[in-house]
Design a protein around this ligand. Structure first.
Ligand SMILES: Cc1cc2nc3c(=O)[nH]c(=O)nc-3n(C[C@H](O)[C@H](O)[C@H](O)COP(=O)(O)OP(=O)(O)OC[C@H]3O[C@@H](n4cnc5c(N)ncnc54)[C@H](O)[C@@H]3O)c2cc1C
Ligand code: FES
Length: 280
């Protein structure tokens, strides 16, 4: 069992857990993930490693409540335990001195891009970060991301805070500007990453995305996480999750993510009923 050492509610539906997992913390690197199970009857879900403390032996995860498992996870508090916490999984993000790197994050991914921005800066890059959220109430870790960036641009879809618009707008302006952009990393909802890829493609700037297909075992055995990159089938859990954004078959990824929508909806309704919140 893996004890939750700290819980923070970053915004109403996004939570941070610091979890005691010394073996994972020993080896964790930016861009890797864990597969967790809330209890022995739970399903396995992947969550990105947002931070680690090798001395303390802890891993930080940040997750958004979207369905049954993430809602169940959100019921836990500091002192409770998670049954399984397997990792670090996936290949670490490729870090080297590229020059000027733009890190783009949407939603909960502000937390997951943090170790990447930090590592890119430590490697000698100038780091420009762009973080976007639907509205002001969903903004978190602005100061934290600023602290690991040379420049930070914040956007909200509805203009309730900072700049109004989508993250792709400042990204396009940076690419059109005088400063040479050498590398872009975009993490967030698939649709956001797809449009970041479309924004950078005409400029020929290498763009990396962290793909989030449905994963089960996370070790390359079930085939659930297959994606098509450059016309070749890859398993995101062992060949990724980072891939060249301009080579990803986005339509296939988006379609495969929707495969179990009915089952996910039914599972969530069933779980709500069990909790006494049945709407039917
Ligand atoms: C490598 C990777 C890293 C991720 N990191 C984070 C993170 O740091 N924070 C975070 O909030 N979310 C992260 N996700 C997404 C997270 O795994 C899903 O939100 C979660 O599995 C939803 O489960 P649920 O039961 O709450 O919702 P459900 O209602 O079951 O599903 C909601 C949606 O989540 C996706 N999903 C469902 N099951 C899985 C699964 N087993 N694997 C992947 N996606 C699934 C599907 O698109 C689905 O439509 C990551 C996904 C991947 C692949
Ligand atoms: S999650 Fe099973 S092969 Fe990748």
């Amino acid at each position: 069992m893996y004890e939750i050492l700290l819980r923070q509610d970053l915004v109403p539906d996004i939570h941070l857990f610091k979890v005691a997992a010394p073996d994972v913390a020993k080896k964790a690197q930016a861009g890797q993930f864990v597969v967790i199970r809330v209890d022995e009857k739970g399903e396995r879900i992947p969550l990105t490693i947002a931070d680690w403390d090798r001395e303390e032996g802890s891993i930080t995860i940040v997750f958004m409540e979207v369905g049954t498992t993430t809602h169940r996870l959100a019921l836990l508090k500091a002192g409770d335990s998670i049954a399984d916490f397997i990792g670090p999984l996936g290949l670490p993000t490729h870090i080297e001195k590229f020059g000027t790197v733009v890190c783009v994050a949407g939603g909960f991914a502000v937390a997951t891009i943090m170790p990447i921005a930090r590592a890119m800066r430590a490697a000698g890059n100038r780091v420009i970060s762009i973080m976007g959220a639907r509205n002001k109430d969903l903004i978190f870790w602005e100061d934290e991301l600023r602290s690991v960036s040379d420049r930070l641009i914040v956007t909200t879809d509805d203009g309730s805070y900072a700049r109004k618009g989508l993250v792709t707008e400042p990204l396009k302006e940076l690419l059109e500007g005088l400063e040479k952009i050498d590398w872009v990393i975009a993490i967030g909802p698939s649709i956001m990453m797809k449009f970041c890829a479309k924004t950078t493609q005409p400029f020929g700037v290498k763009t990396i995305v962290s793909l989030n297909p449905i994963m089960v075992d996370g070790t390359g055995m079930c085939g659930c996480c297959r994606v098509s990159v450059g016309g070749v089938t890859r398993f995101a859990c062992v060949d990724g999750p980072d891939f060249d954004a301009h080579q990803v078959d986005w339509d296939l990824l988006l379609a495969r993510q929707r495969t179990y929508l009915n089952e996910e909806k039914r599972s969530f309704e069933q779980w709500q009923c069990q909790g006494g919140n049945c709407s039917r």
